[in-house]
Write a protein that binds this ligand. Structure first.
Ligand code: ZN
Length: 253
């Protein structure tokens, strides 16, 4: 039994908080800002036991220092490959490591997902996936540091997780991504219908997340690069060629 709550930060960031009903402890993921996390913990009377960090960007790490002042024993777990760029980490992890949160009886496996940044990691505890800025609903992160090949490999790794995987990415970009998806693959009826569902959610100011891997495989053009028809439409001769083309097109969409 657990609940995962989006704590809103900045314009469109979600800091995910994982809590359990009969447990005083709480985990947060990518706290770019301490204030809304402090308010959440106070409101729900929870103790912060661990912070999971997916990558070094400030909108995912900016709250760490303050939260460590509030909770001197908090574990701050992040990518060893980005340790020079993230201050306040207390535990460094890499691909295939297991993070054990004993006081919540939770285990996360660490998955390397380079592309958006080179040391980017995801945390997976079936069916929960915290994937930072790698896989978004109907989209994927920009390639600030990695190559298209690295990002496509990372997305393929995530897509190999079970269909019921719940995708907790860190931005509410879904509607903008679905607008691009409609341009990239106009005859994708599932994506068209899903866009309507998400528009209704946003109209009620509800998050479109989590998404599921089953949905993403149907609507996310960046997970559909093996699709021959889509390759033809974009005059691409391989999955990587298609991925590179649509990633570049999205950058200027
Ligand atoms: Zn980022």
């Amino acid at each position: 039994m657990y609940s995962i709550t989006p704590i809103m930060a900045f314009q469109d960031n979600y800091i995910w908080a994982l809590c359990q009903p009969d447990n005083d402890f709480c985990i947060v993921v990518d706290p770019g800002d301490a204030k809304p996390v402090q308010a959440f913990l106070q409101l729900h009377n929870k103790q912060l036991t661990a912070i999971l960090v997916t990558h070094h960007h400030h909108d995912h790490t900016g709250g760490i220092a303050t939260l460590r002042q509030d909770w001197p024993n908090v574990r701050v777990i992040g990518p060893s490959a980005e340790q020079d760029k993230i201050s306040g980490l207390t535990e460094l992890v890499q691909h295939n490591d297991t993070v054990i949160i004993e006081n919540m009886q939770l285990n996360f496996s660490v998955i390397r997902v380079p592309g958006h940044t080179l040391g980017h990691i995801a945390f997976y505890s079936a069916p929960i996936l915290f994937c930072g800025d790698t896989l978004f609903s109907a989209g994927c992160g920009r390639l600030f540091e990695g190559t298209p090949k690295q990002m496509l490999n990372s997305l393929n790794t995530l897509a190999a997780l079970p269909d019921e995987t719940q995708i907790y990415c860190t931005h509410e970009y879904t509607l903008a991504n679905l607008a691009f998806a409609a341009y990239a693959e106009p005859d994708n009826i599932t994506a068209t219908n899903y866009r309507q569902t998400c528009e209704e959610l946003r109209h009620k100011q509800l998050p479109t997340l989590p998404s599921s891997m089953a949905i993403e495989k149907k609507i996310n053009p960046f997970l559909r690069c093996e699709n021959k028809k889509l390759q033809q439409q974009w005059q691409a001769n391989s999955a990587l060629d298609l991925f590179s083309k649509i990633r570049a097109a999205k950058d200027t969409f």
